[in-house]
Ligand binder design. Structure first.
Ligand SMILES: *[C@@H]1O[C@H](CO)[C@@H](O)[C@H](O)[C@H]1NC(C)=O
Ligand SMILES: *[C@@H]1O[C@H](CO)[C@@H](O)[C@H](O)[C@H]1NC(C)=O
Length: 379
């Protein structure tokens, strides 16, 4: 356990040329690694290492009815816009409407004529062609899923060299922004617990979707959006793909994609993708939620740079309570806090066989929540 995150970090440093900084924060770099060569991050074509298993998410049999995936289909969901309407709704992609950077481009807030707020993600022009498969992937997947902890697709535009995805607007920024306190206050413990449960529920739904597993592949705090009531929704399905849980197949071979610090070390080593890679990322994210620290804190001393390793060391030395995010004002119950840490380390186990599945994670968090509420009543 102890050495694995270090290995991961080392490994990440070697493939540094592939980093593509997507956010203001350079620690939040996106990693794209090919099995046999180091590809530039813009080469986002979904590749397959094993010729036996087709890598394209498009191989999912089309689902019936209105979600049938004919290439001509450009009417998913309820919002249908022309480019002119999109330009008006985003004030011509005004920087003042910009919400952030997503998997393949910039996300804007937009107001439709009926007053409804939506989010519109626009593929960056230079990446437009290279990222076409990611665009298709995101649409195909989003079109089929509906869950209160997953951002909902409302429509899309695929015309000329413009590719836009229209989703519901989630008003309260990202989880990372709230951990940084940039919305004016910090999350308290019970909010953090509820948010963790929401994310676990969203991922459980993805992983068990209609007998096919959908693997998100980029679970991280800047991809978790918060509602006005501080409930969480998982966003940005640009890297998502469909796993293969047919009899006898336990994984798909694929290029490694994801974000440094959250990437499953076993996936990086073997290129075998399973839902357990999301479980690993969730474990890293849970530690981030509890400590407030980013997965990689490059400005800290060597022993504190990789948060999972630092946290595991403290936890093992009986100093778990030193891990509590100093921004949490209230007293955090040590038993509850340690239970959550224990769960996060199980999720971030170096070997996927040692990680629980997402459903079990949700159930364990739910049990922790029961205990937490009981304690509150006893006081
Ligand atoms: C966002 O969350 C804060 C708490 O940090 C809350 O006070 C505020 O009302 C929320 N804002 C919106 C737009 O929902
Ligand atoms: C978590 O708790 C279980 C049972 O309470 C224990 O067996 C396990 O060793 C713990 N894991 C860690 C990483 O401490």
């Amino acid at each position: 356990m102890d050495s694995a995150p270090g290995l991961l970090f080392l490994c990440c440093s070697c493939i540094c040329p592939c980093f593509q900084s997507r956010r203001k924060d350079t620690e939040d770099a996106v990693l794209v690694k090919e099995s046999n060569s180091l590809a530039p991050a813009s080469s986002a074509e979904m590749g397959s290492v094993s010729g036996k298993i087709a890598a394209s998410p498009l191989r999912v049999p089309p689902s019936p009815g209105r979600f049938s995936m004919s290439p001509k289909l450009d009417r998913i969901g309820s919002v249908h816009l022309t480019m002119r309407q999109v330009a008006r709704a985003t004030q011509n992609f005004s920087p003042s409407m910009k919400l952030g950077e997503g998997g393949f481009g910039t996300v804007y807030k937009a107001q439709l004529q009926d007053g409804q707020m939506v989010a519109i993600k626009r593929a960056s022009k230079e990446n437009s062609d290279a990222l076409r498969s990611e665009f298709r992937s995101e649409i195909e997947l989003l079109a089929k899923i509906e869950h209160r902890n997953l951002v909902k697709l409302l429509g899309y535009v695929d015309k000329g060299n413009e590719r836009l995805i229209i989703t519901e607007y989630v008003p309260n920024g990202t989880l990372r922004e709230h951990l940084d306190g940039i919305h004016g206050s910090y999350l308290d413990f019970s909010q953090r617990l509820e948010i963790s449960i929401d994310i676990a529920h969203g991922l459980t739904y993805l992983h068990s979707y209609a007998g096919k597993q959908i693997i998100h592949r980029d679970v991280k705090s800047s991809n978790i959006l918060l509602t006005e009531r501080m409930r969480a929704k998982v966003a940005d399905f640009g890297f998502a793909r469909v796993g293969d849980n047919e009899a006898g197949k336990t994984h798909v071979m694929t290029k490694v994609k994801g974000t440094v610090g959250y990437l499953d070390p076993e996936y990086m080593r073997t290129f075998q993708l399973t839902p357990k890679s999301d479980v690993y990322s969730f474990g890293v994210l849970l530690i981030e939620i509890l400590t407030g620290r980013r997965p990689v804190e490059s400005r800290r001393s060597p022993e504190e740079k990789v948060t999972v390793r630092w946290a595991f060391g403290k936890y093992s030395d009986g100093e778990a309570m030193e891990l509590v995010d100093p921004q949490m004002r209230e007293a955090v119950d040590p038993t509850i806090f340690k239970k959550m840490l224990n769960l996060s380390f199980q999720c971030a186990a170096p070997t996927r066989a040692d990680r629980p599945d997402m459903q079990s994670v949700g159930e364990q968090l739910w049990a922790i929540r029961m205990k937490y509420l009981q304690l509150g009543r006893e006081e």
